[in-house]
Write a protein that binds this ligand. Structure first.
Ligand code: MLT
Length: 323
């Protein structure tokens, strides 16, 4: 191809890419949440997208697709056009799926580009209201005595609730009977109804029910006690030394989404993380928003790769796989 034509073609491509964000967004943006409505991921997504809608002037609509620990919805988002009109709001399960699943409809390491980190969410060990144990010591004795007679709820292999359960059972060297849901929204419904006994879930989903007495709380999964639940002991102080699990959430776009569109979305996300309505609601739910400096594409890209590497030996050690 003649050099002049090449230069013109290059200019055109560059011009198109550079112009990609000029009139973006010009229509509704779908944000895929790969867990059922009503769970902690969904709650974070709706709070953040409401604020981003105000900033971007176009509706961000949450679409839920639960199942298989979040891999079904994630696969769908990975196949969307990289035009900025389909995003994925996900969490640590994107990283853990790289080691847990033998075959996936996406590549956790390369199918997405990061828009920005959003939160760091503590977890709590909770039980149905009429579960006999009244504190973490009694709960550990109960689980050690009853083993697979005890039912543990999670949102599918690789989900945050599954990962916490895997580490918790490993730490006490007991395997309970696990019950899988399309998200911990529906799992919480069964815990409230007494159909399942124990769960490790994010404060987003548990703090309200704990405070209203509808479920029992036993411990937090953080190193220090939670300001939102100051009387709740940590697993670390209850004999499971060093136990620590918190759940980061991030906003992603399919690989190939133009960089200036990603940057426009990142700026709107950073505004959301400073939005008083978001900050206030996050605080009530025990959610730590990341600092705006961490809500960037580069930080999330780097964080995802380091999380994929971090969970690999943990999962191999646990010997858990999903097909
Ligand atoms: C999980 O991974 O446990 C999910 O966060 C559950 C959910 O958001 O429904």
């Amino acid at each position: 191809m003649h050099r002049l034509a090449l230069a013109a073609a290059a200019f055109l491509v560059a011009g198109t890419t550079a112009g990609a964000a000029a009139d973006y967004p010009s229509k509704t943006i779908t944000v895929m949440v790969p867990h059922a409505a009503g769970g902690p991921t969904d709650t974070v997504a709706r709070l953040v997208t409401e604020s981003m809608t105000r900033t971007l002037g176009q509706q961000l609509v949450v679409e839920n697709q639960g199942g298989a620990g979040g891999t079904l919805g994630t696969g769908r988002a990975s196949r969307a056009d990289p035009d900025g009109y389909t995003l994925l709001l996900h969490h640590v399960a994107l990283a853990s799926s790289a080691s847990l699943y033998r075959k996936l409809p996406f590549d956790p390491a390369t199918s997405f580009v990061g828009v920005g980190l959003i939160t760091d969410v503590p977890m709590t060990i909770v039980g149905k209201a009429d579960l006999k144990p009244d504190n973490i010591g009694e709960l550990l004795d109960y689980i050690r005595a009853n083993k697979d007679q005890v039912t543990y709820a999670h949102a599918g292999v690789g989900s945050a609730s599954h990962l916490c359960g895997m580490l918790f059972q490993d730490a006490i060297d007991v395997q309970m009977t696990t019950v899988s849901y399309k998200g911990t929204g529906p799992a919480m419904t069964d815990l409230l109804g007494g159909q399942v006994e124990v769960m490790c879930d994010q404060t987003t989903n548990t703090v309200g029910h704990i405070k209203s007495g509808k479920i029992k709380s036993y411990a937090a999964t953080t190193k220090s006690r939670l300001s939102v639940l100051p009387d709740l002991p940590t697993l670390d102080e209850s004999g499971l030394k060093g136990f620590e699990v918190t759940i980061w959430h991030g906003l992603f776009a399919p690989k190939g989404t133009p960089g200036d569109i990603v940057d426009k979305l990142a700026a709107a996300l950073q505004t959301a993380l400073k939005d008083p309505r978001v900050v206030e609601r996050f605080a009530q739910l025990g959610i730590e928003p990341v600092s705006p400096e961490r809500a960037t594409p580069a930080v999330l890209d780097q964080h995802l790769q380091s999380e994929i590497a971090k969970w690999k030996p943990v999962i191999q050690e646990a010997g858990i796989y999903a097909d």
